[in-house]
Write a protein that binds this ligand. Structure first.
Ligand code: HGY
Ligand code: MN
Ligand code: MN
Length: 413
């Protein structure tokens, strides 16, 4: 069976929400998005979320770390009855100069799926929630999925509070400036207890669905992945008068680490990226006194990923540098029975894996029954202004999400 196409109202609503959102945090030169946690743009996105909830008569609650939740039905009555609700949604933040779809598709899609269910006269027998997870990309404070990690306890409150942005401002202070109290961070059993099942709709960040000629797929697993920071020391000096033999140039260690990451990833069948660096003092005519880089390493096998990291660390040590782990997410396997059930319901949708991290992965690793739906991305490009999906494929994804919710919130197991 394939999903009922979207009703006109749900499809029109999707297009309207997309237009309203697309101006928020966009760089008009590149077309990319700069939507970082607890900034003014983030608060505009959060207000947009609240506005969409108000339009649908949904009350919004914000948990202690700042994730926003809206419910159709009473989540606490469902918890008391031992049958908690079905949550859909994703995130609204972006990487620096990110695409329009990574995150927002899942939030806009959640509202549209709810519109579709209501237009079809669906009466849920379990409550349906919509979530906007805060700080999924970790673009500002360095730890991806910070909202879901604090929610589950995978990121400790002390560490979360002490993370700093490029200007040295702590997450605790950013929360305070956004009018929130950072003292109450920590694993949140009440919020977690309301999630019976979580389903995240997301643009595919790869080409499986293109290769398979399908608009929508179901997630099977996420590769293990992590982030490491490395600092290489040097000695500031004049670029014109310091003999090469006399230099302590931090850039050489940074460059060696970047090349080592690429070579080790190739030899262990992994991927590794150094996409962010900070060089001090940062003058064209000054030798670097310190170079900091961030390594993102991923692969199908955790052991191989950790071998890559160890090899890069050895190179950094040769330059008297230090490496520290900032986050690690083990292999995530989404509930296989749920994935099979959804794939069957969607007419034999393909079940595919991904190397991208998601809040869905954090919840799944915490034992929440979780699934993901992916929408075809014609180029596979993501984390770039060129990220794109055809509107018909997005609407097919929303129809699939509505169908899955009608199954999961409609009385079945
Ligand atoms: O980095 C990631 O994999 C994700 O897109 N946050
Ligand atoms: Mn992303
Ligand atoms: Mn995402």
């Amino acid at each position: 069976m394939s999903s009922t196409p979207l009703q006109d109202g749900a499809a029109t609503g999707f297009r309207r929400m997309w237009r309203d959102l697309e101006v928020l945090g966009r760089d008009d030169d590149s077309g990319g998005y700069h939507r970082f946690a607890w900034t003014r743009t983030d608060s505009e996105l959060r207000e947009w979320f609240e506005g969409e909830c108000a339009e649908r008569g949904l009350d919004v609650t914000t948990d202690r770390v700042g994730n926003q939740w809206a419910w159709w039905g009473d989540p606490d009555a469902a918890v008391a009855a031992g049958d908690p609700g079905v949550v859909i949604g994703s995130h609204l933040d972006s990487v620096p100069d990110g695409g329009a779809f990574d995150g927002p598709l899942g939030v806009v899609g959640a509202f549209s799926a709810l519109d579709q269910l209501r237009e079809n006269g669906f009466q849920p027998s379990r409550p349906v929630g919509i979530v906007n997870f805060v700080d999924e990309e970790g673009s500002r404070f360095g730890v991806a999925c910070a909202g879901s990690r604090v929610l589950t306890g995978a990121l400790s409150p002390d560490r979360a509070r002490s993370l700093t942005d490029r200007d040295g401002l702590s997450m605790a202070e950013a929360l305070r400036r956004a009018g929130r109290d950072p003292r109450h961070l920590g694993r949140d059993e009440d919020t977690l207890g309301r999630i019976g099942t979580f389903v995240e709709l997301h643009i595919e960040q790869g080409l499986h669905l293109v290769d398979l000629g399908r608009a929508v797929g179901v997630g099977s697993d996420i590769w293990p992945h992590g982030r490491w920071r490395f600092d290489v020391p040097g000695e500031a000096n004049h670029a014109g008068t310091t003999r090469l033999a006399d230099r302590e140039d931090a850039m050489l260690g940074l460059a060696a680490a970047v090349i080592a990451a690429r070579r080790s990833a190739e030899s262990h069948g992994c991927v590794a990226t150094v996409g962010k660096v900070n060089v001090v003092p940062g003058g064209v005519n000054a030798i670097a006194s310190c170079a900091t880089g961030w390594l993102d390493a991923r692969g199908a096998e955790a052991d191989s990923v950790l071998r890559v990291v160890a090899e890069v660390r050895d190179v950094i040590h040769e330059f008297d540098g230090l490496m520290t782990q900032e986050s690690w997410t083990p292999t995530t396997d989404f509930d296989p029975a749920l994935a099979r059930r959804i794939a069957t319901r969607l007419g034999g949708a393909p079940v595919i894996g991904t190397g991208a991290g998601h809040d869905a992965g954090i919840l799944a690793n915490d034992g929440v029954r979780t699934a993901m739906l992916f929408v075809r991305n014609p180029t596979g490009v993501s984390h770039s202004p060129d990220e794109w999906a055809a509107v018909d494929d997005c609407l097919a994804g929303v129809a699939a999400l509505a169908d899955v919710v009608s199954d999961l919130a409609g009385g079945g197991e």
